[in-house]
Design a protein around this ligand. Structure first.
Ligand SMILES: [Zn+2]
Length: 402
């Protein structure tokens, strides 16, 4: 069979094990047998079954092999950027002041509303290439900077085109990302429009593009009750909930995610102990976004260790977005997982591969056990710990030749 290959000449291979929540296999002198783009066998070279003896070899060049990163929380598509505002913020202008001047998310909303589908696809493709060359092989990406039906529809159309071009994406509809200015602070009317008009219309125009829906549940944005109503509408359309939860204050977002059987609850800097236990029991993946905490200059790191102790399968993501984390670099997040969330290297790595994929309900990504997609990275380092140890080093993985 032409699509059978064996990857040889590796220094080693490191992969999470999908059968055990936090176990990592570290196999020296490993080989990996692949068939049809999937892993068929992995182990030490001396143990390779005889059936693979005459199969074509691929030379790993003495690298370490790992599964590719999965990024389970990005706001990939938006118009413009906010670098000018960033400098003003560094010099003491508050987020509230910028918002009062029409900056912040409103600035991105205007630029996004002014963008064509072609503009959005072009920006998206260049960002996806940047993620890819840093080792991200699959991403979740959200709409949400349109804040009105037509702009949200253009964002959804742009994601459909990126998927058609072969990018490996899961799309989340987030028209409830903030209050739209047209509703002049009436969150109740805004939530009703999202639930009754926008979500059904987005799914009708672009069937099969989105798998998930999301709501920013936060004090001053959408309440738990409004979130519940929007998620119920999403579920009727076949969309699985993901929740922006407990980011700036405790609102009970994690508890809501558990009640809904959501795939994930994201941010969670102010998550309660009851919320952690509820997420563990309901198998909701907490998706933590330490790059955002860093970029906003906050000190409230999400309680990752307590979540793991509560039984949660914690995931990490970039939260790539123009306002609070314009970061496409998985190694930066891996390092923050170790340095600020107090995860071991193995835990941080598992959170960005196996559990990130789990939060997207994709059992064939984030590991290199049999059945997994052979989306693997080759790292030219003596030891993988160097990826976090040499803090500023811009390591880039190699990919298998296709
Ligand atoms: Zn977000």
């Amino acid at each position: 069979m032409p699509d059978r290959r064996v990857l040889v000449n590796l220094r080693g291979l490191l992969t999470p094990d999908p059968a055990r929540a936090w176990a990592v296999d570290r196999i020296p002198d490993a080989v990996l047998a692949m068939e049809g783009g999937r892993v068929a066998w992995l182990g030490r070279a001396v143990d390779l079954p005889a059936a693979w003896a005459d199969v074509p070899r691929v030379d790993g060049g003495g690298a370490w092999a790992t599964p590719g990163f999965v990024d389970p929380h990005t706001h990939l598509l938006f118009g413009g950027n906010r670098s000018g505002e960033f400098n003003r913020r560094l010099h003491g202008v508050s987020y509230q002041q910028l918002a009062a001047e029409g900056g912040g998310i409103r600035e991105t909303m205007r630029a996004t509303r002014g963008a064509t589908v072609d503009d959005l696809v072009a920006a998206g493709e260049s960002r996806l290439r940047a993620f890819r060359e840093r080792g991200v092989v699959h991403l979740e990406c959200k709409t949400g900077y349109g804040l009105e039906l037509e702009a949200e529809a253009r964002l959804t159309a742009a994601y459909a085109e990126l998927k058609r071009r072969g990018w490996s994406l899961d799309v989340t509809l987030l028209p409830a990302h903030d209050l739209a200015p047209e509703f002049k602070g009436d969150a109740e009317a805004n939530a009703r429009a999202v639930a009754e008009d926008w979500l059904p219309e987005l799914v009708r125009r672009h069937p099969g593009v989105a798998r998930f829906c999301d709501v920013f549940v936060e004090t001053g944005v959408f309440s738990v009750a409004q979130g519940r109503r929007i998620f119920a509408a999403g579920k009727r359309l076949g969309l699985v909930p993901r929740v922006h939860a407990d980011e700036l204050t405790w609102t009970g977002g994690a508890e809501l995610a558990a009640e809904l059987g959501a795939a994930s609850a994201d941010h969670l800097m102010f998550c309660s102990d009851a919320g952690m236990k509820a997420m563990a029991a309901a198998e909701v993946t907490p998706v933590l976004l330490p790059g955002t905490t860093l970029f906003l200059g906050m000190r409230d790191w999400a309680p990752a260790r307590r979540m793991i102790e509560a039984g949660c399968r914690v995931a990490l993501a970039t939260d790539f977005n123009p306002g609070s984390c314009p970061c496409v670099d998985p190694l930066s997040i891996l390092r923050l997982g170790c340095l600020q969330l107090r995860l071991t290297f193995e835990e941080s790595f598992t959170a960005m591969t196996l559990h990130a994929a789990g939060s997207l309900r994709r059992g064939d990504l984030g590991h290199l056990h049999p059945g997994g997609r052979a989306e693997l990275l080759l790292w030219d380092v003596d030891d993988l710990l160097e990826l976090v140890y040499w803090v500023g080093e811009p390591y880039r993985p190699r990919f298998l030749p296709t």
